[in-house]
Ligand binder design. Sequence first.
Ligand SMILES: C=CC1=C(C)c2cc3[nH]c(cc4nc(cc5[nH]c(cc1n2)c(C)c5CCC(=O)O)C(CCC(=O)O)=C4C)c(C)c3C=C
Ligand code: FE2
Ligand code: FE2
Length: 383
Amino acid sequence: MADLRPHPTAADTRHRPPGHMTVPARRIGVLLLNLGTPEGTDYWSMRRYLKEFLSDPRVIEIPKLIWQPLLQTLVLTTRPQKSGKAYASIWNRERNESPLKTITRDQADGLRAAIQAQYGETVVVDWAMRYGQPAIQPAVQRLKDAGCDRILLFPLYPQYSATTTATACDQAFRQLMSMRWQPAIRTVPSYHDDPAYIDALARSVERHLAELPWVPDMLLVSFHGLPERNLELGDPYYCFCLKTARLLRERLGWPETRVRHSFQSRFGRTEWLKPYTDATVTALAEEGVKRLAVIAPGFASDCVETLEELDGENRELFLEHGGEAFSFVPCLNAHPDHIEMLKGIVERELSGWLPAARQAAHHPVVHPVPAQALPRPLRAAHG
Ligand SMILES: C=CC1=C(C)c2cc3[nH]c(cc4nc(cc5[nH]c(cc1n2)c(C)c5CCC(=O)O)C(CCC(=O)O)=C4C)c(C)c3C=C
Ligand SMILES: [Fe+2]
Ligand SMILES: [Fe+2]
């Protein structure tokens, strides 16, 4: 967690008129946002998490009156056990939390160290989860209370989707709706084609393959899926995934015949984006591909979908259908290349804000009007 104690310049009493509110120093908040994860693998922890996640209308676009009865009766009676098993197989037992949480915290710690080494404590870096803990709304409030009058929201989804990026930002905006004195907000745009991101991915492939005793016949680039309907309704995610896959292949200098893409983690019975990862892995093995490497560039951190579904279930599928060697290229996680890439994006998206923040560290801001001098309604707002 970020150190959110008030900045030393926050209570500069020398310049403050008597009885005046404390005006915090001007800091910048950077809030990393990720999906979220259950607190435990038992039935009730899983149920709580899935209920919150699957009740989000950005995720399931079925009218509430139809969806809620199905969710309560069908999904939440069976899925918690099934998914609980998957989470249990990858759980970080040392910290008693899911890998997604451990890695997101490590990413925030790494980014904070890199940013503060250059910009000092004027920039505060924190992290939060859309579902479960640590929640987004209190994190936004903590940043504001720590003196951040400008906040950059950084959803850790390289390919924008309304189901992930937008709902994470919505949640931060919900906190702003309750604030009288809102911080200014920026959001990090989709970075699916950012050269630094593509380069970090390509280097992770090269690093990983250099350690393998075999050369893959094929690289499968697997993304989390989405209902096809979301694409038809205008979600750009599918196109962004395809662009990432193409740019990665071009950066690696591999021919089209050696790289495929697919979509995993289908949920429910509707049609999702195709080709499906499990069907592709099976077909590749049956077509005679013997050595397969798989990468999941849409996940900033390893999680149940990469560690259990890709490196577990899909590995088994490939080997069962005639494949001989399978290797999963880990997500960028808290690797220094990733931290450097995140820092580059933060610096770009904070342009125009960072120098002002450096200045503010030396010149505490003091509101010129004492609270008592203001008319009643304004006094309330002022305090
Ligand atoms: C039911 C609809 C779902 C949509 C739409 C969806 C989109 C989507 N999700 C991610 C990233 C992650 N999803 C993760 C887990 C997960 N996803 C769904 C459902 C949808 N996702 C469920 C029910 C679950 C929970 C696990 C399970 O029961 O299968 C995770 C992992 C979280 C973890 O704790 O490890 C991530 C990350 C993206 C990128 C995306 C669309 C673009
Ligand atoms: Fe998902
Ligand atoms: Fe899954």
